[in-house]
Design a binder for this molecule. Sequence first.
Ligand code: FAD
Length: 397
Amino acid sequence: MSTEQTGAPGAISYTHASDPGHAFGDQLLDVVVVGGGQAGLAMAWHLVGRGLRFVVLDAGSELGQVWRSRWDSLTLFTPAQYDALPGMPFPGRADTYPGKDRVADYLQAYAATFDLPVILNSRVTELTQAGGTFEVHTSDEIFYARQVVIATGPFQVPFIPPSARGLDGSVTQVHTSAYRKPQSLPDGPVLVVGGGNSGLQIAQELVATRRVDLSIGTSAPMLPQRLLGKDLFWWLTRFGLLCRPADSRLGRRMQARGELVIGTNRRKLRRAGVTFRPRLVEAEGHIVRFADGSSLKVGVVIWATGYRSDYSWIHVPGVANDGHVVHRRGVTDVPGLYFLGLSWQHTRGSALLGFVNDDAAYLTDRIMTHHQSAPPAKVGAVLMEQLVEGPMSNSAG
Ligand SMILES: Cc1cc2nc3c(=O)[nH]c(=O)nc-3n(C[C@H](O)[C@H](O)[C@H](O)COP(=O)(O)OP(=O)(O)OC[C@H]3O[C@@H](n4cnc5c(N)ncnc54)[C@H](O)[C@@H]3O)c2cc1C
């Protein structure tokens, strides 16, 4: 596919839900993509190239909202040369680390450049299937499609452990998804709970101006951002570690090791003044207790404890069980229904900006195969008209 792709005959132009001109409710689309983050937009790029009639529905009021709402100082751990979606380089010199707003800007420019048919302010509240056609419900419309790609992101509902409920109401509690900057927290010491990238980066930022305790339940593997003058992703790519299938021996071992913490480590944080604590096991009033029996009085707690999935809106049997998607490389057992952008959907790269394209390309082939095997919508409509509506009106006459 050419990198000069600029929209396609089948595509419907980029619009907002409030625009009057996008009434598709009475038409059968080839595909609906749910979610217009990097995964949904990469998918859209491929679908445009294949001339399919489709829309991307996104809950946000602007593209890139997920990135824009992350904390102010967040910079990518993937350098610019590993942040591009198909067909458009990520702006910025190689080996520089873009800020999170640059990703939001890039996603907006990407959709505009390729005239991708995104409809904003369109949260999908229900997905059902009847007679081989998917019904995609938003608050004010129903879209009908032969195929659906769910690209709603790997990080959906902020997770806070149940022990948090024991804390006194006067303790300030913030999940990382709501954390913005040190100045927006009340003065005083902070307890950060969680030892992934978010917890360590936020602890590092806060310790410059206040006391920080960091509770880590499970130690993640930690690697420096740069090794022997090269970025970590250069090495990971070179050794093929980002494209090892999830079900390979190495893939399984990498998943079992957990999230990779990049660019910071315990020694660096300890030197900066962070006090390490083991797993938080209990919280009551203003006191939290840790697995080693120690305790701490807290006034501000940041929960860097991750996210859970929410697929409760999918009412198609056999697709999502307890928040876990049943799929093989994003392809579900329900013909025509796919996922894109899941963590470890196929490889470690599946949920990363610069690598989601591999899965998008794979799904495109599957979508095209299904599309070509499905009877064209127009034939169905003609048959309905002739065999159902026509004879009835004839006999009435
Ligand atoms: C703190 C943090 C730092 C990260 N840093 C990097 C990095 O440096 N490099 C990298 O490559 N990756 C990074 N990632 C991982 C990954 O790239 C991002 O999480 C990315 O946002 C995932 O893109 P996505 O398109 O799959 O999902 P999202 O960006 O979450 O987009 C999902 C979209 O779906 C929409 N949506 C959700 N539900 C619905 C619904 N029901 N109906 C309609 N629309 C819906 C949302 O509005 C959103 O626009 C980071 C992740 C986090 C959390």
